[in-house]
Design a protein around this ligand. Structure first.
Ligand code: ATP
Length: 274
């Protein structure tokens, strides 16, 4: 149903407080927040506010989180849709969903439209597609998106943010001026950034003094923000099962062991195809 496809987060409380380790990306989206909060400051000089921003980065690096925080900081509605949700649709349905989404958003402007996994509809046309659905459907959805991006007025107050893991696959038509012409890159966190992300996710938990964020960050090279959030929750589950009052270092070590062993098993299963 439409309700599941287009999620409107009226009670979106996400702010920059929920993000760590993305200083540069945060700086870059601050401008978008200013546009949403006081468009007049820009338009009185004749400036055109950008319509589209693409967030590029590996899975779990906080693309969705950052887009939500932009809406939360600007206190505007957040409409989201995932490109992969179009995969199963019949021809014409994807395009009409896109139309609906933009119509609803324009009524609620200023606001953010977030399109996750845009590569699943926005892959280069003519390329042998990884996309599971029919090519016609993907193209008609993509064309509708381009039409909407061109059709809504600059300065209408709708800013479209889209996320992808693989910018190189995107149809160049999406990246033309007046469409998604801003790119923001998110990377996997380094050691210092992992410490900061751990701090965010330890904040709501009952943590024993034996837990040290420097140690946790050192134990988790290659972890994304999402992996760190997951590790904190796993440690809490381990401690709860052990009936502890607080989550201690041993609980974290056991949780990390399990996560790392699990992901090694997964990569062993995948590796013969590489
Ligand atoms: P995907 O490409 O898989 O959709 P994504 O880049 O959109 O991933 P998110 O969905 O934003 O990643 O991240 C998932 C969760 O991981 C967030 O809700 C948050 O709890 C945690 N997380 C990710 N990055 C960060 C970060 N930089 N700071 C704090 N928490 C983070």
């Amino acid at each position: 149903s439409k309700a599941t496809l287009i999620e409107k987060a009226d009670k979106n409380q996400t702010t920059f407080q929920d993000i760590a380790g993305l200083d540069e990306a945060q700086m870059e989206v601050k401008e978008v927040i200013e546009f949403l909060k006081s468009p007049d400051t820009f338009t009185r000089l004749g400036a055109k506010i950008p319509k589209g921003v693409i967030l590029v980065g590996p899975p779990g690096t906080g693309k969705t989180l950052l887009a939500k925080a932009v809406a939360g900081e600007a206190k505007v509605p957040f409409f989201s849709i995932s490109g992969s949700e179009f995969v199963e649709m019949f021809v014409g349905v994807g395009a009409s969903r896109v139309r609906d989404l933009f119509r609803q958003a324009k009524e609620k402007a200023p606001c953010i439209i977030f399109i996750d996994e845009i590569d699943s509809i926005g892959q280069s046309r003519g390329r042998n597609s990884l996309y599971a659905g029919s090519n016609d459907e993907r193209e008609s959805t993509l064309n509708q998106l381009l039409t909407e991006m061109d059709g809504f007025e600059t300065n209408s107050g709708v800013i479209v943010m889209a996320a992808t893991n693989r910018a190189e696959l995107l149809d160049p038509a999406l990246l033309r001026p007046g469409r998604f012409d801003r790119h923001i890159y998110l990377e996997l966190p380094n050691m210092k950034e992992r410490q900061e992300i751990f701090k965010v996710h330890l904040r709501p938990l009952k943590i024993d003094e034996s837990v040290d964020v420097n140690f946790l960050a050192a134990q988790t090279p290659g972890f994304s923000g999402a992996d760190i959030a997951n590790a904190c929750n796993e440690a809490a589950l381990v401690a709860a099962r052990r009936n502890k009052e607080k989550i201690d270092r041993q609980d974290f070590m056991d949780a990390l062991d399990r996560i790392i062993a699990g992901s090694e098993k997964k990569s062993k299963i995948i590796s013969p195809q590489e």
